[in-house]
Design a protein around this ligand. Sequence first.
Ligand code: PNS
Length: 176
Amino acid sequence: MSEPTLLPPSKVTSHHKTVAVFPGSFDPVTFGHIDLIERSAVVFDEVIVAVASNQEKTPLFTVDERIDMIEGIFSHNSQVKVETFEGLLINYLVKRECHVIIRGLRAVSDFEYEFQMALMNRKLAPGIETFFMASSALYTYVSSRIVKELASLGGDVSDLVHPLVEKEIKTKYPSR
Ligand code: PNS
């Protein structure tokens, strides 16, 4: 693969908006994600929530359903855009002429994988930087996987996800 080329941020951000990409599976988006997206939008002019389309083989929600939920939650915030991407994340950033990836860290256990991914992404595209944000202490235990497990067993997920997502989860597990 030829190395993706991107101008250093200093060459382009002075007269451009600073845009950050917040990538993930979002199957489904949780309050933990929402908190990180909102806080990112305070720091950056625009945050693109990039929903990975080829991650899990058997997701609970389709990519379009995931996008609709995130768009619905952030309909009041014009700084937040929602898109999907396929293949390598850095190729998507190069295409969008964006230099910043934001990832959340909930606990030390997240760090090893996240660090590995950040280093690999920087090796593939040296102009792209990963910024880590500490998740809110309120949501350190929240993950999409835990939400799905709890919901599938009839547990209450209202403290973990937006009401719009809770409603959609109920359509997936109607008997609960
Ligand atoms: O919400 P997740 O599942 O933790 O998100 C992980 C995601 C989608 C951001 C990551 O797996 C990713 O970037 N996938 C695209 C393929 C890629 O570029 N992988 C990293 C370099 S090998």
